[in-house]
Structure formats: C-alpha cells, structure tokens
Design a protein around this ligand. Structure first.
Ligand SMILES: [Fe+2]
Length: 329
C-alpha cells in the first residue's frame, strides 16, 4: 500500500506542475533557441542599420580649439580624412562638394583618399569647389595599396606590422594631380610656411606611420619665426610621431586612420585604435602630453570605410570644421 501511495503522490505531483522533467528540458531548449534567434535577428538588424544607413550618414561636426596666440582672430580649418572613395559613391562625392559652403580658411586632408584608381577623376572633380581655399595633405596607409579582405581576428588584435597585400595604388600620381588642380601643398615628410585666413602657419607632415614610412626627423625643429601656428599632419596617430611633433612645439596635430573605431559599443566605445594610440583618443579632440610639452590632437573618424568592412556603428562618417581660437589671455 505504501509503495502504491508513493506512486500515486508522484503522479499527482507531476500532474499538478503540468510538466515532466523531460518537458522542462524541452521548454528550456526552446527558450534558449528562441533567445538565440532573437539575438541573431537583433544583430542582423543592427548590422543592416550600420551598413545601409549609418555608413553613409555623412555628418559635419564643429570643434573649437584654443591654440592661436592671444588676440588672434579665429581660423576655420576643414579637416577631412579617410575618404576611401570609390567611383560609385556619388552621394559621398556630392556631399564633399557641398563642404565649400563652409568657406574654410584652410583645408586639411589626412590621407586614405582613394580605394580604387578609377575614383581619381570623380574625386578631383568633387573637391573642385574647395580648390578656392588653401590646403595641405598627406597620404595614408591605404593610399599605397588597393584594399584587401582582412580577417576580423587580425583587425581586432593590435598590430604594428605593415602587411600590405593589395595591388599598388599610384599615390604619387594622385598627389601630383591633386596639387596641380588645387594648388594645395603635399606634406609627405616635408614642411612649409603658408598664409591662410590672415595667419602665417608652419605646416609639417609625415608619410604614413602605420607603414613605417614616417620621417619626423626630416621635419624636425621649432616653428618658423613669425608664424602664429605650428600644424602637424600624420595620417596614423602613432605616439612616436605625436611625441616628436609635440617636442618641436607643434601646437595642433591632425590625424585620421582610426575611423573612430568604426564600430563603437555603448559604455565601451571603440574596440580598437588600429595603432599605438589608446582607444579613448581614437576620435575627436584630446591633449597629447609629454614630459616636456603638450599639444592638441584632433583625430578625424573619417568619411569612409574599407570596401570589405562597409559598416559603421555609433560612429558616423564625419568631416570636421575646426574653429581655432586664441588662447585665453
Ligand atoms: Fe582609413
């Protein structure tokens, strides 16, 4: 009787819960599968947003930097970087043409200009309205080689090695055509003095540091006497270049390369800087401080992506209008 009673209780208990142990496992499995599908669907929607909308949501940002001598009038610098233009990107090319409406005192282009040779003509035509203004430019690592597919693992691990594998791009030809069309000055491991917006500017630049073509020693030295601003350009914001510029008294350094992280997560920000710079400074304005001096650093998140990673999340493509102002008296 006792054993029959136990059996009876057991059956009654299972019936009252409505589910056997096997049934519970199946429900849990279905819930986990459903959650997986939901996460995958949310990921797909997020990636679609980044690829179809945010990647081409071109944005102008304005930043004020107190870097000019006291009493100076403001200087408007249009900073563009990492265009990664292909000939079919007509919306990007049209947006670039519109930037001339800002009437900048100086245009700065910090590399990674083209992703394909056949984009040279369309790009030069798109930039034509900006040729009314003085300009300077340097190459980026992607100006020397056609982009190739990079594994996510290789992208996510920090790497200093230069491992270009794509076919060569004709940077020298582009630089020559751009300089001839615009009158802008190429600053590849060289320096100059130019006038812009009533200001005499010591401008200096290096070849790409990611590819280890940078030669800060060739542009070293204090700012030219009589200049009101020393401006340094380096596509990749490698700390060794930033340190060298800062030690020489460069007040403002402009860079790109990082794409601002390109994919930024809430509460985390950029996952990688893709160079030696710390992740907290991969986008926007910061101070670069050494033991002996300090400078301003502006890292543009750029306007493009690699053709093999056509997505941006939490990091819209951007050109920046830098308003350089006088330091407080
Ligand atoms: Fe780039």
């Amino acid at each position: 009787m006792a054993s029959a009673g136990v059996a009876s209780v057991g059956v009654a208990s299972a019936a009252s819960g409505g589910v056997t142990a096997g049934g519970r496992r199946r429900r849990v499995a279905r819930a986990v599968a459903g959650l997986g599908v939901s996460v995958a669907a949310a990921g797909a929607v997020t990636l679609a947003y980044g690829a179809l909308y945010e990647r081409s949501a071109y944005t102008l940002r304005r930043v004020s930097i107190p870097v000019l001598p006291a009493g100076s009038r403001p200087l408007r610098v249009l900073h563009m970087s990492d265009l990664h233009v292909t000939a079919r990107q007509r919306d990007k090319l049209a947006w670039l043409s519109e930037l001339a409406r800002l009437v900048p005192d100086l245009v700065v282009l910090t590399g990674d200009v083209l992703s394909a040779e056949d984009a040279r003509g369309p790009l030069l035509a798109a930039l034509e309205p900006l040729y009314s203004f003085p300009g300077v430019f340097v190459p980026g690592n992607n100006d020397y080689f056609v982009p190739t597919l990079t594994s996510p693992h290789r992208y996510l691990r920090r790497s200093d090695e230069a491992e270009p594998t794509g076919a060569p791009l004709d940077w020298a030809g582009l630089a020559k055509d751009l300089a001839a069309a615009s009158g802008w000055t190429e600053l590849t491991n060289t320096r100059a003095v130019l006038a812009a917006g009533g200001c005499r500017i010591d401008v200096r630049g290096v070849d790409d540091a990611r590819l280890r073509r940078d030669r800060p020693d060739l542009v070293a030295g204090p700012p030219e006497p009589g200049t009101q601003l020393a401006l340094g350009l380096s596509h990749t914001p490698e700390p060794r270049v930033l340190d060298a510029f800062t030690a020489d008294g460069v007040g403002l350094i402009l860079s790109g390369h990082t794409h601002g992280g390109q994919i930024r997560l809430p509460g985390i920000g950029a996952l990688v800087s893709n160079c030696g710079l710390d992740r907290s400074r991969v986008r926007g304005l910061s101070r670069h401080v050494t033991a002996a001096a300090a400078s301003w650093l502006h890292v543009s998140p750029g306007l493009g992506t690699s053709p093999f990673a056509p997505v941006r999340l939490g990091c819209r493509p951007e050109a920046t209008l830098l308003c350089l102002t006088a330091v407080p008296a």
